[in-house]
Each structure stands twice: as structure tokens, then as C-alpha cells.
Design a protein around this ligand. Structure first.
Ligand code: NAP
Length: 492
């Protein structure tokens, strides 16, 4: 994303300027600087957001801090009722779909699901108010000992580009339910829909409680992380940024940081599976409607040698039927990837796979045709004969690239699955429940599907193992993690 001054603004922008939301008002940056948002489908500038500075972040934090005590003093039922209104507004925010599809490259047909998910998430959290409770402990027979849970004050929320509206909505819920104010930073690659969420907040929440800032991660995100009045940070994004945030925070203070990071998720198919079912599941698990840009995508398919050829043939057939199209076209099966930098990185990994000896089953570069030479298009790609020493098997591609590996023994496939410093999701396919459970026990991942892929189930939690994360979301633990505990002793 490039900086532009107001003078150089292209007149042809389709979506215009999208302001930040600070202190209950829609504002530009104090610096007067703007950043372009680029259409993934064309590579052209189609909107702008303010390029915030640390001074803007400070304004946002002060605003959240000022509004938070009154919010924390409301009854949890009242906070829950307000969150339910937020959920309803998100559920009905159909007007965001076109903008979100155009700005992310995700297909519009798939994005209705983001509204449903975000609304369900907020509704779920809205019902947890009475669980924000302490404990009474019989530490001594004569005295009274109990704990209280209190909000941190201001929470910094930093979100990635792949589902910016979903994350902007859903990731407000737990900090708010726990009684905090929030400063949320939108991603610089797909920043436009945050304004729609800000408009919803403007209608429903007390002014100043939630603030939206836009701008460069290393400036704006870092300013949130380092701000002395932001003791709690909830981050969703890449491993590298998660580590950078831990480092930055540690330079200024001891902070509570939760991290939802990347994955390179194994999908293990045993010999007894239904070939057609597993081929379809492998394609579904790649989330091609989002060009594979999902942390939970099962991008390492591990097929037993006895089923390898048959499953690969069916996957090839299915992936070649995916209809590339404009993200705003309801019939498109897959759009472009999100940005020029991401496009170049994915193409580089594709070339490395070819160079390192993987077999190109289908795709493997920019699609043919004049249309796809502008914007950030990559053909849905499947590599066979992938081995764990290849870059395509070891790095999170976060793109439409499925790697297929072959295995002979259970020991071998478990070793392959666990052979990375990531551990977000995994899928196990077999009709043998004992075998499935034995495999689940051996896998190093925070979420495992048996005979399924992709779906999240609210209440059960979502969290990575190893470098895939720290802390749990989508469950009560998430709400409690936005509180700190105080032990009280009444000496009788
Ligand atoms: P990213 O590059 O790590 O960026 C995520 C957010 O962090 C953006 O808003 C970014 O701002 C900001 N940021 C960048 N540098 C920062 C810094 N030094 N301090 C504070 N904030 C900073 O990730 P991405 O490319 O947007 O998203 C893809 C990654 O997210 C993948 O690895 C994916 O697996 C992961 N992800 C994980 C989950 C999960 O729940 N586990 C869900 C979705 C995505 P800019 O945009 O301005 O750089």
C-alpha cells in the first residue's frame, strides 16, 4: 500500500475515502496522510484510508480509556443486550459484501457466511456475562477469601487481511463483554470494511468506547503494542508479526498478549476412506473461495500410498472445475489473492516446489488469458510427490496451493504431520474410531477434525499449539482472558 497526499488522489477511485473512528467521530489522520487500498482483481487503487500516526493511536487510546469506566460499571446483562444489537446489525450488514469482496478478493458468494459467523460469535459471547465470576476459596477456616475479575481497561486488537469485517466484528465481543474499551487496527491490505463496522458501533455503542485506526502495521500496530495504557493485546496474523509484537511489548512493559497465528495444517487420509468423499473434503479444506487464505486450511494432504493415485485424480478433476472469476461475481468459485507482495511470494513458493521436484498436478502459476495478467491472480494449484524437505511443505503459503504427500506407515505420517514448528489444525479421515483417536492423541495441533475440515464450533475454543499461537478464542476462556484477577481476604 502506497502513501498518497490528498493532491495525488486518483479521481477514479471506486470506493473513495474511508475514515477512521476515534472518540465517537469519523476522522482523518492528524498527519493529513492517506494510504491507497488496491483492488486485488485489477491492481488499481480503489479507495483510501488515513495513514495514522502514533499521535492518532494515542488519541484513540485516551478515548477508549475515558469511556471504559462507565461501560465496565454497567450490568453484564446490559452489556450482553448491547452486544446482541451489535450482532443483529452485523448479521444484516449486506451492504458490506460488495466492498469486502472487492477489497479482499474473497468471493462474494462466500462472504455471507462471514456475517453469519461474526453475528453468531458476538451472540455467543453476549450470553457469557454471568460467567465472568471469581471464586470463593476455603483458604482458612475463620476468614473469607475470594477472587474478583476486573477488566484490563483498554485492549488493543490487531487483525489480518483475510476476513477483515468478520474479525473487526467478532474480535470486539470478548473484550467488550469483559468491560474493556478497544482500539482496533485494520489491515493495510484490506482496510475499507472497518469503516462499516465503525458505523455499526457508532449507532450502538457509547461514543469513544471502541476506536478504529488504519495505517502501517509497523507504525500504527506497533504504537498500540507499545502504548503504556494498553496492557492487553489480542493479535491475529502471521507468526513473524506475533513474535515482533512480543518483542516490542517486552521492551516497554509486561503485557498480556494472546496470539492467533499461522498454520500449515495436515490432513491425514487412511486406506479405508471413501475416495470420492476424501477428495471432496481435501478440496473443501483448502478454502479456495478465499484463495486458500485461511489459517485453518488443510494445505498438506497426506494420502496413504494405496489410495494416492485415485484421490489425486479426483482432486485434479475437482480443482480444474473451480471457476476463476471476479470476486464480486456471485458465480465465482475463486478470485485473486490479496496483494501484490503476497502474489509474488506465492509464485516464488510455487517455483520452488517445481525446482525441488514436486509434480504439478494442476495450476502452478498465473492463469492463462489476458484478464489474469492484471491484478493478483494465481491458478488453483495442486502439487503431488511433495516431501517434507520442500519449502512448499514447510512454509505457510496462505494461498491456493495444495501439497500432496504420500505415506506408508502410521509412524511415518505422524512424524510428517508433526515435523513443523506450527500446530493450528489437523484433519484425520478414517472409519476406524480407535485409529482416529490414537492419531488425534499423537498430533500436535490445537483443533482436530475427525472426518471433517474447516468448521469452527463456538464454545469449544480455537487455539494453536507451538508457534501457531498462545491463548484460546471462541470460548469462555477468551472472555476471561480479557479480565485480570484480584484476590481479596476478609480477616474475620
Ligand atoms: P500480518 O502480516 O502478520 O498482519 C496482521 C496485522 O498485524 C495487520 O493489521 C498488520 O498491519 C499488523 N502488523 C504488522 N506488523 C506489525 C507490528 N510490527 N506490530 C503490530 N502490528 C503489526 O498477517 P497477514 O498477512 O495480514 O495475515 C495472514 C496471517 O494471519 C497468516 O499467517 C494466517 O495464518 C494468520 N491468521 C491466523 C488466524 C488465526 O486465527 N490463527 C486467522 C487469520 C489469519 P499491516 O496490514 O498494516 O501490515
Amino acid at each position: 500500500m502506497a502513501h498518497t497526499s490528498p493532491r495525488t488522489r486518483p479521481e477514479t477511485q471506486q470506493f473513495g475515502d474511508h475514515l477512521m473512528y476515534i472518540g465517537g467521530e469519523f476522522v482523518a489522520s492528524e498527519s493529513g496522510q492517506w494510504m491507497d487500498s488496491v483492488s486485488p482483481a485489477t491492481g488499481e487503487v480503489h479507495g483510501r484510508v488515513p495513514a495514522a500516526t502514533p499521535a492518532d493511536v494515542d488519541r484513540a487510546v485516551r478515548s477508549a480509556r475515558a469511556a471504559q469506566p462507565e461501560w465496565a460499571a454497567t450490568h453484564v446483562f446490559e452489556r450482553g443486550a448491547i452486544l446482541r444489537k451489535l450482532a443483529d446489525a452485523v448479521r444484516n450488514a449486506q451492504d458490506v459484501l460488495l466492498l469486502e469482496a472487492a477489497d479482499t478478493g474473497n468471493t462474494i458468494g462466500s462472504l455471507g457466511g462471514d456475517l453469519v459467523l461474526a453475528a453468531a460469535y458476538i451472540d455467543f459471547i453476549a450470553g457469557l456475562g454471568m460467567e465472568i465470576k471469581g471464586e470463593s476459596v476455603p483458604a482458612t477456616p475463620q476468614n473469607i477469601h475470594f477472587t474478583l475479575r476486573e477488566p484490563y481497561g483498554v485492549v488493543g486488537r490487531i487483525v489480518p487481511f483475510n476476513h477483515p469485517f468478520l474479525f473487526a466484528g467478532a474480535h470486539l465481543a470478548a473484550p467488550l463483554m469483559a468491560g474493556n474499551g478497544v482500539v482496533l487496527k485494520s489491515p493495510d491490505q484490506s482496510p475499507l470494511s472497518a469503516t462499516v463496522m465503525a458505523r455499526i458501533c457508532h449507532e450502538i455503542l457509547p461514543p469513544g468506547l471502541v476506536n478504529f485506526v488504519s495505517g502501517v502495521g509497523t507504525v500504527v500496530g506497533d504504537a498500540i503494542v507499545r502504548h503504556p495504557d494498553v496492557p492487553r493485546i489480542g493479535f491475529t496474523g502471521s507468526v513473524a508479526t506475533g513474535m515482533a509484537i512480543q518483542r516490542s511489548a517486552a521492551e516497554v512493559a509486561v503485557k498480556h498478549i494472546s496470539l492467533e497465528l499461522g498454520g500449515k495444517n495436515p490432513f491425514i487420509a487412511f486406506p479405508d476412506v471413501d475416495i470420492e468423499e476424501v477428495a471432496q473434503a481435501a478440496v473443501n479444506g483448502m478454502n479456495f473461495a478465499w484463495s486458500g487464505q485461511s489459517c485453518g486450511s488443510t494445505s498438506r494432504l497426506m494420502l496413504h500410498e494405496s489410495i494416492y493415485d485415485d484421490v489425486v485424480a479426483r482432486i485434479k478433476d475437482k480443482v480444474e472445475k473451480i471457476r476463476l472469476g471476479e470476486p464480486t461475481d456471485p458465480d465465482a468459485g475463486m478470485g485473486p489473492v490479496n496483494s501484490a507482495g503476497h502474489h509474488a511470494r506465492i509464485l516464488d513458493i510455487i517455483e520452488s516446489a517445481k525446482h525441488e521436484g514436486a509434480t504439478t498436478i494442476t495450476g502452478g502459476g498465473i492463469p492463462e488469458g489476458e484478464r489474469y495478467q492484471h491484478g493478483f491472480w494465481i491458478a488453483p494449484t495442486v502439487f503431488g510427490d511433495v516431501t517434507m524437505n520442500m519449502r512448499v511443505a514447510r512454509e505457510e503459503v496462505f494461498g491456493p496451493v495444495l501439497s500432496i504427500l504420500k505415506w506408508k506407515t502410521s509412524e511415518e505420517v505422524i512424524a510428517m504431520a508433526n515435523d513443523l514448528d506450527l500446530g493450528l489444525t489437523a484433519a484425520v479421515w478414517t472409519g476406524d474410531l480407535k485409529l482416529a483417536m490414537k492419531t488425534v492423541r499423537q498430533l500436535e495441533a490445537g483443533l482436530i477434525w475427525i472426518n471433517g475440515t474447516g468448521r469452527h464450533y463456538l464454545g469449544t475454543g480455537f487455539n494453536g499449539w507451538k508457534n501457531s499461537g498462545l491463548g484460546r478464542e471462541e470460548c469462555l476462556d477468551e472472555v476471561l482472558s480479557y479480565t485480570r484477577t484480584k484476590a481479596v481476604h476478609i480477616i474475620c
